[in-house]
Design a protein around this ligand. Sequence first.
Ligand code: SF4
Length: 353
Amino acid sequence: MGIAERLLAWYDAYKRELPWRENKDAYRVWVSEIMLQQTRVEAVKGYYERWMEVFPNPAALAAADEDQVVKQWEGLGYYSRARNLLAGVREVCAQYGGQVPEDEGLVRALPGVGEYTAGAILSIAYDKRIPAVDGNVMRIFSRLFALADDILKPAAKRQVRQLVAAHMSAARPGDFNQALMDLGSAVCIPKRPRCEQCPLQRLCQAREQGIEHLLPVRTPKKEPLPVALAAALIVKDDCYLVRKRPPGGVLTGMWEFPAIELETAQKNCPAALVAGIRQQLGQQIVVNAEAYHFIHVFSHRKWDISFYQCSWLDGGELPAGAQWAHPDSWSQLAWAGPHRKAAQAIEMARLAQ
Ligand code: SF4
């Protein structure tokens, strides 16, 4: 038996029961694949089920407003995924009558849909014989064929894609791709692959050479850049000053307490916060004690953020995107990561009073 036959027999026996596998609807597959980018299966399950209750089909999602969509995504991170999904689904409703097209070029042209996602949607929903090569598949095929190239290089990805295309099942391409996903998650795992449980062990060159633990070859990632921030908890008439993060940076459109990035030498410097709030929002404040401190790690950045209790003194009209918000209304806001932690801490303190 070849790769496809062995893999599919194993998949039929051991495949994972997952909420997005209940049927092969293209919209459902699309949502699951976008949620699963950078996020573990276990973390996605609950979000996926809640999402499908609120937005059960493309029309329901297309009619939603962006704030509602981002709120539904809150906690999953990488919020541009939610915005792109919304834009893509609106395009599908406007151009294709709410039906995800079957043409690879048209699917690839949708916002947020890359080569992998297009392959997953088209193979699973429409039985198209198109590879879906992600990190799991790169790892499995690097080992199967004992590939020595760095898998982060585009040439290595092209090579693996060709190998997958050559070996994938013609009759069950969607199951073939999903079987690779399951194998990469449960058997051919990054450290200590469980080769004795693997349906492909007899075909695996890395296993034969005893080098499976050395593959795939990967140049180490850069450490996230440390960024120090100070945020102001400014209270006026029981309301806090909050604003939407502007476009162009991380967490665009998410809500935050106004914050500034600090130079290394200014770290936790209240004077810089006073000046920053005056400059950005036209408000005069006095910075009091530090209330909370969080470390929040993104893929490329590591925020070291301190939240200061501040007294409001004076100020004019707020710029667009900023407002005074009472804590009772905060559950409507989609907060940027560490700002959500601060908001929760404030709400807990209020409840304890
Ligand atoms: Fe991965 Fe081991 Fe299977 Fe090879 S035999 S594909 S290294 S789990």
